[in-house]
Design a protein around this ligand. Structure first.
Ligand code: TYD
Length: 174
């Protein structure tokens, strides 16, 4: 199965408007950073949304992220995706051992995660939420809004040997 096929077999969230910061049920498999589900944020794949501190300031807000506090691993690398053309998707791989933490630093996008059995779609649209991904989770990122920035914190320096880029190989390796 190609990575693009996987993303397409998942349901789309029912709308893309920001929702009030309250508890609500998300229909059709979508989960938003603003859903207020943070009391039970661990999904079936072991990925989880983490609410980050917000230091509100009339001059502009600030959100800190610290290893061992909001992120359960030592941060060895930071990278970010930007200037993603409309309709494009990123990801399409799993990591054998690396952990990652994904933040919509600006704008919004979806992260589709799949552990080979269960798949979930997370909608990240707030810079004060992050999505933790344990090892051995297939991920695809799509529906990038214009001007969005996807900030990723990773548990290790870049190493192609940690990637699994073929979905069937990923499922077989589980
Ligand atoms: P890749 O991880 O496949 O991108 P994405 O999953 O975000 O779509 O990486 C794309 C290219 O960038 C690939 O040739 C490897 C390179 N790269 C680095 O050199 N260092 C890094 O930290 C990352 C994440 C990628």
């Amino acid at each position: 199965m190609s990575s693009r096929t996987l993303a397409k077999r998942l349901p789309e969230p029912e709308d893309r408007l920001p929702v009030p910061y309250d508890r609500r049920t998300v229909a059709r498999g979508g989960r938003r950073a603003t859903d207020g589900q943070i009391g039970s944020p661990v999904g079936s794949t072991g990925c989880r949304l983490v609410e980050l501190p917000r230091i509100a300031d009339p001059r502009g807000n600030l959100t800190p992220i610290e290893a061992g506090a909001q992120v359960p691993f030592a941060i060895e690398r930071v990278y970010y995706l930007y200037d993603v053309p409309g309709g494009e998707a990123r990801g399409g791989h799993a990591h054998r051992a690396f952990e990652e933490f994904i933040v919509a630093a600006s704008g919004s996008f979806d992260v589709v995660v799949d552990d080979g059995v269960h798949a979930e779609r997370f909608f990240l649209n707030r810079s004060y939420y992050g999505l933790y991904l344990p090892p051995m989770v297939w991920r695809e990122l799509d529906n990038f809004s214009s001007g969005s920035v996807c900030l990723v914190l990773a548990s290790a320096r870049y190493d192609e040997a940690d990637y699994i880029r073929d979905y069937d190989e990923f499922v077989g390796a589980r």
